[in-house]
Design a protein around this ligand. Sequence first.
Ligand code: UD1
Length: 371
Amino acid sequence: MDKRLGVTDSHVRICSVVGARPQFIKASVVSRALSAIGIEEDLVHTGQHYDRTMSDVFLDELELPEVSVNLEVGSASHAVQTGSIMVRLEQYLSESGAHSMLLVYGDTNTTLAAALAGAKLQIPVAHVEAGLRSFNRAMPEEINRIITDRLSDLLLCPSETAVSNLTAEGITQGVVNTGDVMYDALLRYLPKASRAYPLEQIIPYGTGEYYLATVHRPENTDNVSRLARIVATFGALDKPVVWPIHPRTAGQLSELNIETPDRVRTLSPLGYFGILSLLDGAAALLTDSGGLQKEAFWLCKKCVTLRSETEWVETIESGWNVLANSDLANTQQLLDRPAPAGLSAPYGQGDSAVRVANALKSFQTSRPRRD
Ligand code: UD1
C-alpha cells in the first residue's frame, strides 16, 4: 500500500478535472478510452464555466461520465478563481481518497489550480495538451501551461513541436506524443453535429455563403479600440459574418457601447455540435480560439487567426492558417488567398485518446514507488 491517500498499486482510479468548454470536449473522448481499458474515473467540474450555453449544453451533448462533484467556483479574478478551485479541490480529494492520478487538460485556470492541488497532495499529475507555448507571457493561459507542465509527472503532448518545447525547458521525463484528442472528438462527433444542427436551423445562409467568427481572448476583448476594429473589419467583409458571442465579449461590447453592423449576425454561444456544423458550412474562419484553428485545419477551411502568435504552428506551416496583421487592414486579402495544396497530419491519426489512456496505465504500472 502506498502511503498517499491509501492507494494500492494494482488499482487505477483517476480524478479528471474539467471546468471550461474545451475541457468537456477533450475529456469526453478520453473518458471513453479510460473506461474501455478498465480505468476507474471520477470527474470533477470546477464550475469555471457555468452558463447553460458554456457548460450544460456540453454535458448534455457529449458522452461524459456523471460529474462526481461541481465545485461551483464561477467567475472571479484570476487569483480568486484559481485559489477557490485549489481550496475546494483539495478538500474533495482529501475526503474522497485513493486517487492514483490526477488528469488535467489544456491551459485554463482550472488546469493550473488542479495541478497545484494534486501536486501538493503528492498525487501524480498527468497533463493532456502538454508542451504548447505561445511564448507570450501576457496571456494568462501561457503562465498556466508553463507551471502545469513543470508540476506534471506525465506530459501528454499533441505534437512533436510540443515535445520539442518541453525539451527546450529541460523536461524530458514522462513525455509522450499522443497526438491531439481534439481530432478524435471531431471525427467522432462531426456526423452527429451535422444531423443535429443542419445549417438552416441556425442561420439563413447556405454552405460557403458566410464566414464564421469567434473572439474571446482578453487581448482582443479588453481593449476598446482593438475590439471596435475587429467589429468594423467583420462588417466590411465580402460575406456576412456569423459570430457566436462568448459572454466575456458580449459583456465588453455592451459596456463599451460597441454596436455590431447589420452584416454581422451575432448568436448566443453554441455547443460543440452547433459550432462544428457552422464551421463545416463556412467559407472560412476568423478566430482567436486555439481549438477552432485546428478544427478549421482538419476540415480544410482557411483560417485567419486574430492574434500575433499561435501555439498551433503546424496550421500556419501548412498554409491553412495565417495570423492577421495587428491593424487587421489586410483581412479580406487573407481570406481571399488560395487554399493550400496537400495535407499533413501533425496531430496524430484520431487515436490519441487511446494513446492517452494507455500512457496513463503504463505510467501507473511502471512508476517508481515514492514510499
Ligand atoms: C477560459 C480560459 C481559456 C479558454 C476559454 C474557453 C482561463 C484563464 N481562460 O477563458 O483558456 O480558451 O475559457 O472558453 O482559464 N462567463 C460567463 N459565463 C460562463 C463563463 C464565463 O458569463 O459560463 C463570463 C464571465 O463574465 C467571466 C468571463 O466570461 O468573467 C471570463 O470567463 P473565464 O472563466 O475567466 O474564462 P474564459 O474567458 O472563458
